[in-house]
Design a protein around this ligand. Structure first.
Ligand code: NAP
Length: 256
């Protein structure tokens, strides 16, 4: 069975590691090429865009892919839409491997927002010290709220400096510890955390730290991903693939 994993997430790396131990699968992991020093997988990989829906559809046909696993980050919307359209066009099943979003616990001060723009405005008029953990792509939205003091954590520097008069960039890659997050909140006198609701364990310590310090959390909701079937667990996805290991079978039974 020939599997294309659309990657760029912890889940994609875990799936690639598991499939590398299964000789009956030919696996290719695809990375967008955004991260400057990506963690490389133990399976074949390719880096860079496909060239939209047409490019991805042509790739699926040329490489005779039997199943696509969309294991991109929950907020990777364009590639997810492209995968849906290409799989529909070529008849290749599309599975999704992802993680459940974080949920507020009783007593948490959470505000959920649709997008980065709404989150920026939700911080309020009064200047506040904001811990911003939304990656670099959605930073421009925060130019709508330039009065705040931003501590921006990201993996790589943005191509252009953020258009924010009061900001500091902190380059760091998770996982992060609770002790580290508490220290950061205390030392920087953080008043509000703005985050994408990415789910997963690697970056969830900031939520527990915000909880312990009674800090407001503004969380940007995960967009929906269209898929034939969604998995939150690598081993469940592997079982599903094994049950349908005969080439071509997945094409006819995507919902079973
Ligand atoms: P996006 O907006 O959904 O995709 C933009 C374009 O990048 C796609 O149209 C595609 O180009 C290319 N692309 C994206 N993922 C790809 C993949 N796995 N393999 C090949 N091409 C890919 O994506 P994004 O939000 O910029 O995220 C880019 C990558 O970073 C994703 O792989 C994602 O898993 C990872 N990531 C994203 C976030 C986030 O918050 N968005 C956070 C952490 C990691 P073509 O149209 O040319 O095919």
């Amino acid at each position: 069975m020939r599997i294309l994993i659309l990657g760029g997430s912890v889940e994609a790396t875990r799936l690639a590691e598991s499939l590398a131990r299964e000789p009956s699968y030919i696996t290719v992991l695809s990375l967008a090429g955004r991260t400057r020093n990506p963690v490389l997988p133990p399976v074949a990989y390719r880096i860079g865009g496909f060239g939209g829906v047409a490019g991805l559809s042509a790739y699926l046909e040329r490489e005779a892919i039997d199943v696509v696993v969309n294991a991109t980050h929950p907020f990777a919307q364009q590639i997810s839409a492209n995968a849906r359209a290409s799989c529909e066009h070529t008849g290749v099943p599309l599975l999704t491997l992802t993680r459940p979003p974080w949920t507020a616990q009783p007593g948490d001060r959470w505000l959920e927002c649709e997008d980065a723009r709404t989150a920026a405005l939700a911080i309020g008029e009064r200047p506040r010290r904001v811990f911003l953990t939304i990656g670099r792509l959605q930073l421009p939205a925060f130019a709508l709220a330039p009065q705040h003091e931003y501590l921006i954590r990201m993996i790589d520097l943005p191509d252009r400096a953020p258009d924010l008069p009061h900001h500091e960039i902190l380059l760091a890659r998770g996982p992060f510890t609770l002790a580290g997050e508490l220290q950061l909140i205390d030392h920087r006198h953080i008043e509000v955390l703005v985050t994408k609701n990415s789910g997963g364990a690697a970056t969830s310590a900031k939520l527990e730290a915000a909880r312990q310090r009674g800090i407001q959390v503004i969380a940007i909701r995960q967009p929906a991903k269209e898929t034939d079937r969604c998995f939150y667990d690598v081993s469940e996805l592997l079982c599903y693939l094994k049950r349908r290991a005969e080439p071509g079978k997945l094409r006819h039974e995507p919902h079973n």
